[in-house]
Design a protein around this ligand. Structure first.
Ligand code: AMP
Length: 193
């Protein structure tokens, strides 16, 4: 049973690593960004509600995000472990997640932070924008998403650090090396007293 969070700025390679780590650890990968994008693509009521936030690179309001995540965590495949990618992104979401896990009588095993410098992030995201055509990968929107990351998400990382759950991995290293460091980091956190 492994419950892990993966936190990192857009363009840090978080999605790629989430995919690899969930495969290696045999736990479902739950990405709130992917869930929102599929609501958008399906044109669901939630999709219509969140479109303006995603297009502008803004955070979807905490209540909508947490409601969606709470439901997802209740699905059978997530009961015995999960890797969360992109949630929590605010201190309020962090409190919500604590409440959800407390109510289920469980807790997190580790929080993996993937780091990268702004210039590298912008370079990678502009490349991705050419490849995938995401509406939120233009330079202005990328810079805005980074600003939100610093303002809203870094305080979350700092708090997990105080709980001794945190391990930081350099996201600009080679893809395989990042995966290995993340796996070693998770083991090291679990071994902490
Ligand atoms: P991502 O794929 O993780 O970069 O997420 C893409 C977009 O989905 C973000 O820019 C937000 O608009 C939205 N989003 C994803 N996760 C969250 C979250 N935890 N809280 C608020 N908005 C989110």
């Amino acid at each position: 049973m492994t419950r892990i969070l993966l936190i990192g700025p857009p363009g840090s390679g978080k999605g790629t690593q989430a995919h690899r780590l969930s495969g290696q650890l045999h736990i479902p990968e739950i990405s709130t960004g992917d869930m929102f994008r599929s609501h958008l693509a399906n044109g669901s009521p939630l999709g219509r509600e969140i479109k303006e936030f995603l297009d502008a690179g803004n955070l979807v309001p905490d209540n909508l995000t947490t409601a969606m995540l709470r439901e997802r965590l209740q699905e059978r495949d997530a009961r015995n472990g999960f890797l969360l990618d992109g949630y929590p992104r605010t201190v309020s979401q962090m409190d919500d997640l604590d409440g959800i896990l407390d109510a289920a009588g469980t807790s997190l095993d580790a929080v993996v932070e993937i780091t990268a410098h702004d210039d590298e992030i912008v370079r990678r995201l502009l490349l991705r924008s050419d490849a995938e055509g995401r509406s939120d990968d233009t330079e202005d929107v990328i810079r805005h998403r980074l600003e939100l990351y610093r303002q809203e998400t870094e305080p979350v990382i700092e708090r997990y650090g105080r709980r001794a759950l945190l391990v930081s991995v350099d996201g600009t290293a080679d893809i395989d090396a990042v995966t290995v460091s993340a796996l070693q980091g998770i083991e090291a956190v679990r071994a902490r007293p």
